[in-house]
Design a protein around this ligand. Structure first.
Ligand SMILES: NC(=O)c1ccc[n+]([C@@H]2O[C@H](COP(=O)([O-])OP(=O)(O)OC[C@H]3O[C@@H](n4cnc5c(N)ncnc54)[C@H](O)[C@@H]3O)[C@@H](O)[C@H]2O)c1
Length: 334
């Protein structure tokens, strides 16, 4: 650990907290300083792996003087409060998506975030997937001309447990919100949202009042149409694709396999390994890039990651999709 190492406190030692801790440990100018989790064993286990302190009391991260920045990977309901407390404590914060499940509560700290002296970033990591990032950069450079259609496909290999669904805020705020952020990455202003959603395979998800399948169409201010396809399961694995279609061509991002070896046999042709299993594997590079940009933002004072406002805007689209799915009406964004 160098003297200039950024001391990061990780809040939430679950799926995503473990990913971020691994990225911190792989980064030369950062260190896992503290791990906080509501479950003492979880905090201790993750902290021990990286030689960090651990606690069940989040106050310790804000008052100990041992932490320069926090990564918030605890459940969504904790995010707004932790961002607010980090700002008060003069601590930088990279917070997981979504910013909250309630847009009013999210908006209530907008001014505070805007006036913050410390960095506040929202972890929409898909922007930093090397393939998504390159497709976006080439679109911005004019390679496909004027964007007319954007097709985003996002299907999880299998649904999360019912307990997670129950607090997730639903398929639009939890899963599709990544796609709504990517839609905003390509299309600067989204005006309309129209969604159909169904329960096609999971009684557990239905029992939670959520959908397991959804198709959303977004309309941009320049007439761009965005199609967002979501499912909570996929028999062939994690399905993450982007197709950007413009008047001069198309950019496509396909699914990733561990190798590109293609087999041709008597029984089948053009067969490959299965797709990378899930978000931990598929987006591994993006989590590291997101962290690197967070650290660079702190060092340079430039905002390089998605902002809190980006988090609120994606949540507004998710809310509109939820409303459209329930009412069958097109929702106009304010
Ligand atoms: N960007 C991504 O790719 C991505 C992927 C997964 C999850 N997430 C987001 O990360 C957040 C956590 O999701 P997860 O899948 O890691 O959940 P998880 O259930 O695996 O982990 C959450 C952890 O937080 C702990 N916890 C609960 N309440 C707490 C509190 N008040 N203070 C501290 N710790 C607390 C739990 O004990 C658990 O260990 C959610 O907001 C989710 O939307 C983002």
């Amino acid at each position: 650990m160098s003297e200039k190492s950024l001391r990061i406190g990780v809040i939430g030692a679950g799926r995503i907290g473990i990913v971020h801790s691994g990225s911190i440990a792989d980064t030369p100018n950062a260190t896992v300083a503290y791990v906080c989790d509501a479950i003492a064993d979880s905090a201790e286990k993750l902290a021990t792996k990286y030689g960090a302190k651990h606690t069940t009391n989040v106050d310790d991260l804000f008052t100990s003087g041992d932490v320069d920045a926090i990564i918030v990977g605890s459940p969504t309901s904790t995010h707004v409060d932790l961002i607010s407390r980090a700002i008060d404590a003069g601590i930088h914060v990279l917070c997981e998506k979504p910013v909250d499940l309630d847009i009013k509560r999210a908006n209530s700290i907008k001014d505070k975030v805007a006036n913050s002296k410390t960095n506040v970033s929202i972890a929409f990591n898909h922007r930093y997937d090397p393939s998504f990032a390159q497709a976006h950069a080439r679109f911005k450079a004019g390679e496909i001309g004027k964007l007319e259609q954007l097709i985003l496909t996002s299907r999880d290999p299998a649904p999360p447990p019912g307990a997670y669904i129950a607090v997730s805020g639903g398929i639009f705020r939890d899963q599709a919100i990544h796609d709504f952020d990517i839609a905003r990455f390509f299309v600067s202003e989204i005006l309309e949202v129209s969604t159909f959603a169904s329960n096609v395979f999971s009684d557990e998800i239905k029992a939670e009042g959520d959908y397991d399948s959804a198709l959303t169409i977004l309309r941009g201010s320049k007439g761009e149409l965005v199609s967002v396809i979501n499912s909570r399961h996929s028999a062939y694995g994690y399905d993450q694709r982007v197709e950007a279609f413009g008047d001069k061509g198309m950019l496509q991002v396909s699914n990733m396999t561990p190798t590109t070896v293609t087999a041709y046999t008597s029984g089948a042709t053009e067969t490959r390994d299965g797709y990378l299993a899930f978000f931990l594997e598929r987006y591994a590079a993006s989590y590291r890039k997101e962290l690197a940009l967070f650290i660079e933002s702190i060092q340079t004072g430039k905002q390089l990651n998605p902002t809190y406002d980006d988090g609120c805007k994606a949540l507004e689209i998710a809310d509109a999709a939820t409303e459209s799915a329930k009412t069958g009406k097109v929702v106009t964004l304010k």
